[in-house]
Design a protein around this ligand. Sequence first.
Ligand SMILES: Cc1cc2nc3c(=O)[nH]c(=O)nc-3n(C[C@H](O)[C@H](O)[C@H](O)COP(=O)(O)OP(=O)(O)OC[C@H]3O[C@@H](n4cnc5c(N)ncnc54)[C@H](O)[C@@H]3O)c2cc1C
Length: 467
Amino acid sequence: MTQSRPRVLVIGAGFAGFHALRRLERRLPAEAAELVLVNPTDYLLYTPLVPEVATGALQPRDAAVPLRQALPRTRRVLGQVTAVDLSERTVTVELLDTGGQVSGTRTESWDRLVLTPGSVTRQFDIPGLAEHALGVKTLTEALYLRDHLLTQLDRADTTPATEDGERERRERLTVVAVGAGYTGVEVVAQLRRWTHTVADRWSRIKPTDVRWLLIDIADTVLPELGAELGDVARDVLRDRGIEIRLGVSLESAGERSVTLTDGTVVPTRTVIWGAGVSANPLVAGLGRPLEKGRLVVDAQLRVPGVEHVWAAGDAAAVPDLTKQPTSTDTGGDDGDGGVAYRWPPTPTTAQHAQRQGVALARNVAASLGVGRARPYRHHNLGLVADLGGWDAVAQVLGVSLAGPAAKTVTRAYHLLALPMTPNRVRVAADWLLAAALPSQVVQLSEVQPGEAVMARAQRTDIYPRDR
Ligand SMILES: Cc1cc2nc3c(=O)[nH]c(=O)nc-3n(C[C@H](O)[C@H](O)[C@H](O)COP(=O)(O)OP(=O)(O)OC[C@H]3O[C@@H](n4cnc5c(N)ncnc54)[C@H](O)[C@@H]3O)c2cc1C
């Protein structure tokens, strides 16, 4: 029976892939299809909670939703797809062992293909960036960042009272964060608050000795939430003593300093890089049309011109049907009255990725004779940003909230959006413990420096063209 069933193969168990499979498990009878997932980890990472893993407020496993329990009917392949052959209907998978070591290669065939490999941290051609900057997209990076900051405090506490010692102390006590979008702002706000609560445990360091600098080439903070909430977030950051420099970026990054585009040299050993994302490089290798690096799909999330292939989430440019389309005159030869409409792509958020996963599952099931296909259309419900403590900003159904009200909404939203009850209970328990007990300041050194480098942590070094 297994061999005669059509095989639905999903690449990537992020918000889109996970929710697609969850819906397919519910929607399709077992005999209708075999479900296969290729993903480098055995969990879905609930990324909005990654900054809290970096501060230690949350245990890393509590932000990781176990695929084994959540997707019981799906055959999981622990590995990463390095190439897709659209004509042969196969993918090449690098199989992964403990610690992410490649243990072999396998070819998997498919009858229906779902491309949901998400995004990677966007890097520019900035000298030294790849080697010295720390990303904040994976658990590996979050755990390393926390240990790294604790090491800086440890070492700064024991530098000798000499000129060289003073210079080293200044480097170790300066953190430069790049990117004032929600990832950068959440990370820097929460980490700054955390270091402030723990730094007085060292004998020679006062919390105010740590210098925080947030820079962005844009001229606003948190543009995703609009000017009003952006200003609120900026004021919270400034009240915490974080210097904000807008209109500048990084010129280069070194082991002991960074140079900004305005020529300023900042001595530092910590550069946090949260300057946005770009589509996973896998989709660029397909030879299909891209829009700003994202795979072009139609409103039903199908990849045009290839049968039985769908894509969603950060890797796909899904037309946002709730927005105003732009029209172009096509000369009248294509049977549509001479006008083609183009919608802007949906933003790269978990909210869209999750709902696209569900819509995509419906359409895949329809291609297997179960139900009817529909276009994806979803009105944005809003966005939240947790700034640590009782500070947060949220825009929910057009209403702007700040402070404790926003914090309550943010936490309630995450508890609801986490897909498994055990994760919800653990996260809620972590929050209660973090409120009641002092932060545990221990380094477990689980991640080695080489593993924390962005290309390695986000596994972008596996694609042939990027190797
Ligand atoms: C720190 C942080 C905080 C965020 N906070 C919010 C927030 O508060 N609200 C919000 O809406 N959005 C937030 N986002 C954005 C949100 O995480 C993304 O929009 C969302 O994860 C996109 O879902 P996705 O399924 O497309 O991709 P992802 O969730 O990135 O998942 C992609 C999956 O594919 C796997 N994969 C990658 N390459 C391959 C391959 N070659 N083969 C097999 N598998 C592969 C990956 O390992 C991963 O499991 C945040 C992002 C970050 C980094």
